[in-house]
Design a protein around this ligand. Structure first.
Ligand code: SAM
Length: 388
């Protein structure tokens, strides 16, 4: 048996691993990710650059739907799955969990858990956009939860915005499933907001609510500290003509905001997105000092600009891949030599690492600890695996 004072090393499998920000967050909470899978070689290349390779971790670059029972991970405590959101978001046309090609990969995850049989992990965590809760009038999330219930998991649903941890607006939905009985709490929590009530009101769907401590407050400022450079000499600032085109596209309301900030006594940074308004592309500045939600890059409109204004001066440039990394809670992630569009896609598609860390420390690890799972040292787990 493991020595009394040895910390328990929880083991996780990371489905839809992407560039590994779920791994980054979980590992900070003492959870070892031992197995990862993603279909995209470019994401895997970034993952490997950051985490390297080791004997105690397997990465399968493959379509999850094609993995056999033998390729799936044994002896894990947690399965994390940030499945593709494309068909659940408004931008993706809301084809949904059943008809959408990308988001129907959720069912690959269900099939994988089903193939694992009694070897499936006791805790699962799913992450997606908050629109998952309302997709097809709530029918998508209802069928997802029912299928998890069918595998023996009771499910809790939380909404966490990354802006509690980093200056980026990134609300996301988290479904936590557990195969053990959990004491249900009824106290209110900002992580179970009113708009989730229809789900909580259906006892057939949300079958446990674990106590969650008060999360950090929502940030409304702080972007400047996450910016790579504001130096006047940086060659990435746009030309005067391009800045003029930006200013020319602003609506009356936006111009007012822009002029007030530009003429302010101190310098301030804002982010801006280009949006189509009645068939015309228009730049829109955020009213607060945080970034908008980083998105996966598929053309200019998915990227945001950094706008520095004050004392009559204006400088504008695209947000850099390094800034994307920092705003996703991974400031040290190595991106030198990574193609820019791969970095933008990788981080724009990822889960914010500090959110995963917070959820792991405050929910997943306490949940596992409360389940009194047999503490099996790693060597014994390997023996069991070899024997089976
Ligand atoms: C929302 S992203 C998850 C990102 C990840 N959490 C991270 O931090 O980078 C969804 C991922 O699912 C992957 N994916 C899409 N279809 C897949 C499939 N059939 N099998 C395995 N992975 C798939 C995509 O390549 C993408 O990286």
């Amino acid at each position: 048996m493991m020595a009394e004072d040895s910390p328990r090393a929880w083991r996780a499998a990371e489905f839809f691993a992407g560039i590994g920000l779920a791994r980054l967050g979980m590992s900070k909470a003492g959870i070892d990710v031992v197995w990862s899978n993603d279909i995209a070689p470019t994401k895997h290349a970034m993952f490997e650059r950051n985490f390297g390779t080791s004997e105690d971790h397997t990465f399968l670059v493959e379509d999850l739907g094609k993995l056999s029972r033998e390729q799936l991970p044994e002896n894990t405590d947690i399965a994390w799955a940030s499945f593709p959101c494309t068909d659940l978001s408004v931008a993706g046309g809301r084809a949904g969990l059943h008809r959408g090609i990308a988001s129907s990969t959720f069912w690959h995850f269900i099939k994988a858990l089903s193939k694992l049989g009694s070897a499936r992990p006791p805790v699962i965590a799913l992450e997606n956009v908050t629109a998952f809760a309302t997709s097809h009038s709530g029918q998508d999330i209802a069928s997802a939860i029912r299928s998890l219930n069918g595998l023996g998991y009771s499910v809790d649903v939380l909404s966490i915005d990354a802006r509690r941890f980093v200056p980026q607006s990134r609300p996301r939905l988290f479904l936590i499933g557990t195969s053990a009985p959990v004491a249900t709490m009824t106290e209110p929590s900002p992580l179970r907001p009113d708009w989730l009530v229809p789900i909580f009101d259906d006892p057939a769907l949300v079958t446990h609510k674990m106590h969650v401590p008060e999360p950090p407050p929502l940030l409304t400022d702080g972007l400047v500290a996450y910016l790579e450079t504001l130096s006047e000499d940086d060659p990435r600032w746009w030309s005067t003509e391009r800045v003029d085109a930006f200013v020319g596209s602003l609506s009356d309301l936006q111009s007012e905001r822009f002029n007030t900030l530009r003429d302010g006594k101190t310098g301030t940074a804002r982010t801006a997105y280009r949006r189509m308004r009645q068939g015309t592309p228009r730049w829109e500045l955020r009213s607060d000092g945080i970034a908008g939600c980083l998105r996966t890059s598929s053309g200019g409109s998915s990227k945001q600009a950094v706008v520095f204004l004050g004392q009559g001066d204006v400088r504008i440039r695209w947000m850099t891949p390094r800034e994307y990394a920092s705003l996703m809670g991974a400031p040290e992630y190595p991106i030198d030599g990574v193609k820019e569009h791969h970095a933008y896609s990788g981080f724009g598609d990822a889960v914010c690492a500090p959110v995963v860390e917070w959820l792991s420390v405050n929910y997943l690890v306490p949940l596992l600890a409360s389940m009194e799972i047999d503490v099996i040292p790693d060597e014994a787990r390997q023996l069991e695996f070899v024997a089976s």
